[in-house]
Design a protein around this ligand. Structure first.
Ligand SMILES: *Cc1c(COP(=O)(O)O)cnc(C)c1O
Length: 355
């Protein structure tokens, strides 16, 4: 049976897997809803998006994704409030960033209506999968890759855009200990660090594994030039609080322009917290840790929202951060999640109802 909604055709799954899901004990991003959105690019244009049952995809071994890594993604969440209404958080920012990543990777840009109508139709079909428990949400993974084939090292002529969803609990449990990286780099000037492309993450796994062997859960990436300035925390933007000022690096072609990052900056300003967007040197952070003015460090991203850092390692020395009762991290996390879950007024106009 096929239905149509928002110009998106819907092919329903014959059976649902939802009965097997324990919504009280959700992990992060490891079970998937009954449906997915698929949109193919061929003959120079995007074909109409379709909602179909979640299923494997078949690709030629010569598909360019396997050889040249044209692959980009986004990460978003859908939130269900107490009355059962469903909300997205600044979804057009994800859409715009997807196309920014696509452009950098020589992939075709997607029309806004395909993204938004496709996503909202998928959320309608799988709305029962959006968890209502505190801290839980539906993690949404839009992604695009080169499905066209050929060993010639050039952009593919066919692509797939897919959205899959995973009901999820919270991402990190507890505070993390991080290592400030002095040898490896995540991104370089003129490179692809600002794009959400798969290779950026593949390149992080090995240094992160080395850090894990030394007892650190994450790596703080520094600039590729002299490893002098801190840039990102794993796959999150990074904030540092020295005394009562909240610092974060300006975005550039090495740093991903996080939606959580910019929302936190706006909320902090609204709270009267002094913020500075500027280069933050490792020396400044180490000195602040030594003289007691370093109060907090945390990562910021959609998955974990805010991920507090308990300690950092640098040049063989570990520096502990204080345990604060009234941390900026917890205040900012509460304010942003209260907006996301429709528990507070949204003076910024960030919430987007899925109707
Ligand atoms: C996705 C991502 C972030 C966070 O972006 P959000 O829009 O806040 O989710 C930060 N850094 C990197 C490297 C990322 O991939």
């Amino acid at each position: 049976m096929e239905a149509v909604m928002n110009n998106v055709t819907i092919e329903k799954a014959k059976t649902s897997k939802i009965k097997d899901v324990d919504f009280d004990n959700l992990s992060f991003g490891s079970i998937y809803t009954d449906h997915m959105l698929v949109c193919d690019y061929k003959n120079g244009q995007w074909q109409a998006p379709k909602v179909v049952p979640y299923q494997p995809i078949t690709l030629d071994p010569s598909s360019k994704i396997f050889h040249y890594g044209q692959s980009i993604f986004e990460g978003m969440k859908a939130y269900k409030d107490e009355s059962g209404s469903v909300w997205l958080f600044r979804p057009l920012e994800n859409f715009k960033r997807l196309n920014k990543s696509a452009k950098r990777m020589a992939m075709p840009e997607l029309p806004e209506s395909y993204f938004m109508d496709g996503l909202t139709t998928l959320l309608h079909v799988d709305s029962d999968w959006i968890p209502q428990n505190a801290g839980s949400s539906l993690y949404i993974r839009p992604f695009m890759f080169a499905s066209g084939n050929g060993f010639h090292a050039s952009p593919a002529d066919e692509y797939k855009f897919i959205i899959c969803c995973a009901p999820s609990g919270s991402y990190f449990s507890g505070k993390v200990k991080v290592l400030i990286e002095k040898q490896y780099s995540r991104a370089a000037n003129g490179g692809v660090g600002f794009a959400k492309t798969g290779g950026n993450y593949a390149g992080q796994f090995y240094p992160t594994r080395l850090a894990a062997e030394k007892g650190y859960q994450q790596v703080i990436w520094t600039d590729d030039n002299n490893h002098e300035f801190i840039e990102e925390a794993g796959a999150m933007n990074v904030f540092v609080r020295i005394n009562d000022t909240l610092l974060t690096a300006p975005t550039n072609d090495r740093i991903l322009d996080g939606i959580t990052r910019k929302s936190i900056l706006d909320i902090a300003e609204d709270e009267g917290i002094k913020t500075e967007i500027r280069k933050v040197s490792v020396k400044e952070v180490v000195d602040a840790a030594k003289n007691g003015s370093l109060k907090e460090m945390f990562g910021a991203g959609t998955a974990a929202v805010v991920s507090p850092i308990s300690a950092f390692g640098y040049e063989g020395v570990d520096y502990d951060l204080p345990e604060l009762k009234d941390s900026y991290a917890s205040l900012l996390k509460k304010r942003i999640t209260d907006i996301q879950y429709n528990r507070a007024e949204d003076k910024f106009g960030w919430r987007h109802e899925v109707v």
